[in-house]
Design a binder for this molecule. Structure first.
Ligand code: NDP
Length: 288
């Protein structure tokens, strides 16, 4: 049986971890990076450094890209155009769903396949089956290369639309960033009042762990379009968020973040939704 082989282009922290995982799994690995020295350690471990990006693409059917964003992806792909026919590009670079669709179209016009990947873990999680990556694109390409991709992380195939892997990734990041910034804002108010982050910790954790239960409660209601104000009301949310904003401002902390939340809720109240649930914000955000 021929030795399994793969090309990895882009050797930032993520691409390096990926190339290492393939080497550890016994793959023949060809690598290329714009800054060539980033390949040195991998070559010492047994990887082949290709003399050009085009040679790297030519070396194997499966080409894994791990680049900063899709601007970098297009810069690299345009430079290797003659070598692309028949290749399958597993693009594990982050960007928007729209850009993933654009790359898939561009590659299809050149006789190449595109699998979009949205990696959900930092480089330290690469090589672990407990980590997960979203994939989307033609199912037959995913099936053909699934075993290789699962060397990196578990693979969660989301569907044929090349945008889907990025979409699932971005909606998770949407939730992540607003929650994380919310935590940092609360910590700023705590610190401004002489409460350290560690003193806040035993109180921050139970509040943060309310979120999973709230999400479980609201998801089926939101899907059903049920925004009854039987457990919470916009008017109550508005009063509470205003208290948060004023406490921040009284503490000398920037109140812009809670003010933004209060404004979204206030518009709902002004439109007559005061007795409805906070979940009506989903529809209001969609109309925005
Ligand atoms: P980096 O930005 O550190 O590295 C990306 C690579 O892109 C480098 O090899 C860099 O080359 C290359 N690159 C950038 N611009 C160009 C260009 N114009 N032409 C050629 N090569 C270029 O990213 P990471 O390694 O951290 O991550 C890679 C991808 O994975 C990103 O899309 C990131 O969002 C995503 N990701 C990262 C996670 C993380 O925790 N790191 C987690 C989940 C996803 P050079 O060495 O020459 O600069």
């Amino acid at each position: 049986q021929a030795r399994r082989s793969v090309t990895v282009i882009g050797l930032g922290p993520m691409g390096q971890a990926m190339a290492r995982a393939f080497l550890d799994a016994g793959y023949a690995v060809t690598v290329w990076n714009r800054t060539a020295a980033r390949a040195d350690e991998l070559v010492a471990r047994g990887a082949q450094a290709a003399p050009s990006a085009e040679a790297a693409v030519a070396a194997n059917e499966l080409v894994v890209l791990s680049l900063t964003d899709y601007d970098a992806v297009f810069t690299v792909l345009e430079s290797v155009e003659p070598a692309l026919k028949g290749k399958v590009v597993a693009n594990l670079s982050s960007d928007t769903p729209g850009r993933a669709r654009e790359a898939a179209r561009w590659l299809a016009e050149r006789g190449a396949g595109h699998l979009t990947g949205g990696v959900q873990v930092p480089p330290s999680g690469i090589g672990s089956p407990e980590s997960s990556t979203f994939y989307s694109g033609p199912v037959e390409l995913f099936r053909r290369h699934r075993a290789a991709l699962e060397v990196l992380t578990a693979a969660d195939y989301r569907g044929d639309d090349p945008g889907l892997a990025q979409l699932y990734y971005q909606i998770q990041m949407d939730l992540f960033w607003s929650s994380m910034v919310g935590y940092l804002h609360a910590t700023a108010v705590a610190e401004a009042n002489g409460i350290t982050a560690e003193e806040f910790l035993p109180y921050a954790l139970p509040t943060a762990s309310l979120l999973p239960r709230m999400i479980e409660f609201y998801a089926p209601r939101i899907t059903a379009g049920d925004h009854r104000g039987d457990v919470d009301r916009l008017t109550m949310a508005l009063a509470s968020i205003e208290h948060v904003q004023h406490t921040a401002e009284d503490s000398g902390v920037d109140g812009a973040l809670p003010a933004l939340l209060a404004e979204a809720v206030r518009r709902g109240v002004a439109d007559g939704d005061g007795a409805a649930s906070l979940s009506t914000l989903v529809g209001r955000f969609r109309r925005a």
